[in-house]
Design a protein around this ligand. Structure first.
Ligand SMILES: [Zn+2]
Length: 140
C-alpha cells in the first residue's frame, strides 16, 4: 500500500489558516503522529483528493509549520491507529463506495478487503468522533 500524507505547504492555500504555537496531542497529517507541546502547527481547511463532485469534502487538519519528519509511506502509521477509525473507499470517479468503523488491530484486514474490489482506487482514514480526514491509502 501507499500512504498519502498532507504537506504543510497545503496550509498556504487557506487564507484562513490558524497558527498555533503549542497544540500538543493533535494528529499531524504531515508526519502522521501526534504533536508535542513545543511544535508550532497550522490548523487549516483541507479537501482530500479522492472525493469529487458532491463527494468532495473540506475539513480541518493540523500540520507542522516546519516539518522535518519523514514518515514511512509504505506502511500504516501506528500512532494514528490506536483508536477506532472510519475507513471509506472511493472509486476512480471520486464517489464513496463502502465504509465503516475499523477497530485497532483490524486495519490490514479491512484495507485488504476493500481493495479486493477492483473499482476501488483510494481509501480515506478519518476520526470517528469528528469525521476529520487523517490520511489516504492507495495500492502500491
Ligand atoms: Zn510534520
Amino acid at each position: 500500500m501507499r500512504i498519502h500524507n498532507v504537506p504543510p505547504s497545503a496550509a498556504l492555500s487557506d487564507p484562513g489558516r490558524e497558527y498555533r504555537a503549542s497544540e500538543p496531542g493533535v494528529p499531524l497529517r504531515c508526519c502522521l503522529r501526534k504533536s508535542l507541546p513545543d511544535e508550532p502547527v497550522w490548523l487549516f481547511r483541507y479537501s482530500p483528493d479522492a472525493g469529487k463532485g458532491p463527494y468532495a469534502e473540506v475539513g480541518p487538519v493540523f500540520t507542522h509549520v516546519d516539518c522535518s519528519g519523514e514518515p514511512s509511506l509504505d506502511r500504516l502509521p501506528v500512532e494514528l491507529l490506536n483508536n477506532p477509525r472510519i475507513l471509506r473507499s472511493y472509486n476512480a470517479a471520486g464517489q464513496i463506495n463502502d465504509g465503516g468503523v475499523v477497530e485497532p488491530g483490524s486495519f490490514d484486514r479491512a484495507i485488504e478487503e476493500l481493495f479486493n474490489d477492483p473499482t476501488i482506487e483510494t481509501l480515506q482514514v478519518r476520526s470517528v468522533s469528528h469525521g476529520c480526514f487523517y490520511f489516504a491509502i492507495t495500492r502500491a
